[in-house]
Ligand binder design. Structure first.
Ligand SMILES: [Zn+2]
Length: 437
């Protein structure tokens, strides 16, 4: 059992930030042995309860710091850790020239393990405690990442990429074997401690109809397994999908026709969609992973938050490294704000700092179907949390000291913050070992 006293950030059920300037957070095991939040709130108001429920428990003060939920990244590619920042003329040349050649190396378990370690270190350094990540088409790439995540006690979701056509040698898989491998990996990893599996067709153009159908059959058989893929990222890609699937109403409909739209299905991008697509997402309970640094980097377009809200489907924030340009949730939240402001391609709006933060923590957890489990510091949530230093740089110290209210404080952190703000990370109730700089 551990107790910490510092400023405390969490969310109410409506997604508004609850902020205690002088808060207390108590962490301890629940009936099943999971490390969860036992008590959270204003220190003065909870002092008597703290003394009666946890007599003699020492409270560790963290002066000048903010305790906050770990960030949740809804879409990332761990094998693209070394592809980040590669120059290209857009999505399809970027895949061909950088991504596929790099991913072809993950058949080597030792190589995959080395990248997995670096990737998880980088997530931790940036305060990301849960990610939904692609592996490569090689089963060994999943084994490497899951083994490393398990050793660290992380809640992590990953899957072997399915891509049996329009893909070069080295990453292309074989239809029947790919489905057998997927089911084997589900049985091996899904629900093991805090790990989850995601059925992972790369995107519709790189899977045959047989592979998509098989993926849909597995999604029906294993209802609590996740699904992850990409949809409607850019115009060339959409035109290609229409050539390959001429009978489908839209790109998103292709996934619907193969049984790949349901709860726990997370589709990256969702930029060039219409209201019929949005209604389909809503009705099936599928959600969008909004990837603003990637969409700006590759010039793909701007996610329409107002459109998503009007129709009412779920979404949350994601880095999409290596198309995305940063592992940092602060950079992603700032880019999400830029994308919201853009008012030519779609209606422009200002996402509030509280909304941006929620979309990368409790909101992202809700999109994963893990509401009440991660992404918040209310009692009962798993104890993945951060110690943030709002004075981590001279400019941040100056700016946050002048904040007159919560929105000003959070927005200063979003605009000026990066991994230097993330001082410590607790995973499953224990401090993660510092990652060497
Ligand atoms: Zn992606």
């Amino acid at each position: 059992m551990h107790a910490y006293r510092s400023a405390l950030l969490r969310f109410n059920q409506q997604g508004q930030v609850l902020y205690d300037e002088d808060g207390v957070l108590v962490i301890g095991p629940d009936a099943t042995g999971r490390q969860v939040v036992q008590l959270a709130g204003d220190y003065g108001a909870l002092q008597a309860r703290l003394a009666s429920a946890f007599p003699g428990l020492a409270v560790t003060p963290l002066p000048g710091r903010i305790l906050a939920p770990g960030f949740v990244d809804l879409h990332i590619h761990y094998p693209q850790t070394d592809v980040i920042g590669s120059p290209a003329d857009g999505l399809l040349p970027w895949l061909e020239n950088y991504t596929f050649p790099h991913e072809s190396r993950f058949g080597d378990p030792a190589y995959a393990a080395e990248v997995a370690r670096f990737f998880l270190d980088e997530l931790q350094r940036n305060g990301v405690t849960t990610a939904l990540t692609f592996a490569t088409s090689h089963p060994s790439s999943v084994d490497a990442l899951m083994s490393e995540a398990r050793a660290r006690g992380l809640r992590l979701i990953a899957g072997k990429v399915l891509q049996d056509r329009h893909s070069p040698d080295g990453v292309r898989d074989e239809t029947e074997q790919s489905l057998i491998d997927t089911e084997t990996l589900i049985r091996k990893w899904h629900g093991v401690e805090r790990l989850g599996y995601a059925i992972t067709p790369r995107f519709a153009p790189t899977s045959s109809e047989r592979q998509l159908r098989g993926a849909g059959e597995l999604a029906a058989k294993y209802r609590d397994v996740w699904i992850q893929s990409h949809v409607a990222e850019n115009r060339e890609e959409i035109a290609w999908v229409h050539e390959l699937f001429p009978q489908s109403r839209s790109y998103l409909s292709v996934y619907e026709e193969f049984g790949l739209l349901r709860e726990r299905a997370v589709y990256a991008h969702c930029i060039h969609v219409d209201d019929a697509d949005r209604a389909l997402m809503r009705d099936r309970g599928a959600v969008a992973a909004v990837c603003p640094t990637s969409n700006l980097f590759l010039g793909s377009g701007f996610f329409d938050y107002a459109g998503a809200d009007r129709v009412g489907h779920g979404y949350g924030l994601a880095s999409d490294v290596g198309g995305g340009t940063s592992f940092s949730p602060f950079r992603t939240m700032l880019a999400a704000y830029y994308v919201g402001r853009e008012g030519v391609a779609k209606p422009g709006l200002s996402l509030s700092p509280q909304r941006l933060w929620w979309l990368h923590t409790a909101g992202a957890a809700q999109a994963l179907g893990l509401e009440g489990v991660i992404g918040n510091l209310q009692p009962g949530h798993e104890a993945d949390f951060l110690v943030l230093n709002p004075a981590a740089t001279p400019l941040l110290a100056r700016k946050t000291a002048q904040a007159r209210n919560l929105d000003e404080l959070l927005f200063a952190l979003i605009v000026l913050g990066d991994e230097r703000v993330v001082e410590r990370v607790a995973v499953n109730g224990a401090w993660a070992a510092p990652v060497p700089a």
